[in-house]
Design a protein around this ligand. Structure first.
Ligand code: MEV
Length: 428
């Protein structure tokens, strides 16, 4: 990768953008061909992926620019239907570069599998027995995926929780901690949990009920921080200090109020999900994990933090469970996902997690900066107006013309767009 700073990228035609992105990432131009639907997922592949397949659903795929993550230049593919997200991430990544970019890291790729054990008469004794047989249980779990074991993954630990009270009385929950290396891990963990069930039943005399991965992947955390020099935050009539303080005030709102925190975190997930989807990963798993993690203290709160450092610069940080993989599932089968990973030069799931969490933080900053200053609608308007124009039936050159008129009128609604179109047609 030479650089992720590609000025004037947005002015190019789509084909030229793909060429330039490939060139800047050091991949062959044809390796970005799967970014077009004709070379993406085929109907045959789709038919093998889910049941009752009838077609393929498409989303726009954009590239976020300017990302410098752990001193590495990255062009980030994002699949998303919402305007302003790709531009917002790119712009904030540009500001972050001035402070050294994003510093991201991940914990070990440890996932949790849960095994529910019912019908026990002595829960404490059952727990003791399982702890006594821990090594034996872990080695059975290891046999579930010999390939993963060979690659350095496999079972790591066993934790036993007693649920004292529930709708069905007391029961035991076994947590299998499993290192899934470069996989998302659901298959490996679910297989291991199912394999353990008979052994756990015979050791405890209980009845194993559920055996499934937990999406609260709080042993697999991706974290990132960034410093935005205060001067770079200035724009128009807004001095940098005012923008910085406005962002910190906005964060304080999300930190204390769950209604705001949900929206604040949604903004983070705009960035996170777009990369998760572009790389063929399970965005429902990431969403579930993120929001469960946001309420870990008992009160739903912001996933990110924003403060000022002693130099007056803005410092942001984000921490989020990140169960993503680069092998198996759609990441392996989907040609567009493979091309996206290739363009980013991603060679491990950890590296992908570091990119995703960085984009999440950039996206959060884009939203807070806009909200704390001129509001979100101004930046949103022109692209949103184009979507409204298309929805109203405009095509070709008419889309841009109608979108401009909607922005001038400050009424960006389909009914208004239809009215304008009608009046133009009558004038013809
Ligand atoms: C819109 O998709 C996301 C925002 O609402 C996020 C936020 O409010 O922080 C703009």
């Amino acid at each position: 990768m030479k650089t992720s700073r590609l000025s004037g990228f947005y002015k190019l035609a789509m084909e030229e953008r793909r060429q330039l992105a490939a060139q800047s990432a050091g991949v062959m131009p044809e390796e970005t061909a799967p970014f077009l639907p004709a070379n993406g997922l085929s109907a045959v592949e789709a038919d093998h992926m889910i049941e009752n397949a009838v077609g393929i659903y498409s989303l726009p795929l954009g590239i976020a620019l300017n990302f410098l993550i752990n001193d590495r230049e990255v062009l980030v593919p994002m699949a998303i239907e919402e305007p302003s997200v790709v531009a917002g991430a790119s712009f904030m990544a540009k500001l972050a570069r001035a402070g050294g970019g994003f510093k991201a890291k991940v914990s070990e790729p440890h996932m949790i599998g849960q095994i529910q054990v019912l019908d026990l008469t002595d829960l404490r004794r059952a727990k003791e027995i399982l702890i006594e047989h821990k090594q034996e249980i872990l080695s059975i779990a290891d046999q579930a995926d010999p390939v993963l074991k060979k690659l350095g993954g496999g079972s790591r630990d066993l934790e036993i929780n007693i649920i004292e009270e529930s709708k069905i009385g007391a029961f035991l929950v076994v947590h299998l901690i499993y290192d899934v290396r470069d996989a998302m891990g659901a298959n490996a963990v679910n297989t291991a949990c199912e394999k353990l069930a008979p052994q756990i039943e015979s050791l405890t005399g209980g009845r194993v009920h559920l055996r499934i991965l937990s999406n609260l992947a709080d042993r697999r955390i991706a974290s990132v921080s960034t410093r935005i020099p205060v001067g770079t935050l200035a724009f128009g009539d807004y001095p940098g200090e005012k923008v910085r303080d406005g962002i910190i005030e906005a964060y304080a709102f999300a930190e204390i109020d769950p209604y705001r925190a949900a929206t604040h975190n949604k903004g983070i997930m705009n960035g996170v999900d777009a990369v998760v989807i572009a790389t063929g990963n399970d965005w429902r798993a990431i969403e579930a994990g993120a929001h469960a993690y946001a309420v870990r203290s008992g009160r739903y709160t912001s996933l990110s933090t924003w403060t000022a450092n002693s130099d007056g610069d803005l410092v942001g940080a984000l921490e989020i469970p990140m169960a993503v993989g680069i092998i198996g599932g759609a990441t392996k089968v989907h040609p567009t996902a493979r091309a996206a990973l290739h363009l980013m030069g991603v060679t491990s799931a950890s590296q992908l997690a570091e990119i995703i969490v960085s984009v999440g933080l950039a996206q959060n900053l884009a939203a807070l900066r806009a909200l704390a200053t001129e509001g979100i609608q101004r930046g949103h308007m022109s692209l949103h107006a184009r979507q409204v124009a298309v929805a109203a039936g405009a095509s070709g050159d008419m889309i841009g013309k109608l979108a401009t008129q909607l922005v001038i009128d400050k009424v960006i609604r389909v009914d208004h767009a239809v009215e304008i179109l009608k009046s133009w047609q009558q004038k013809k």
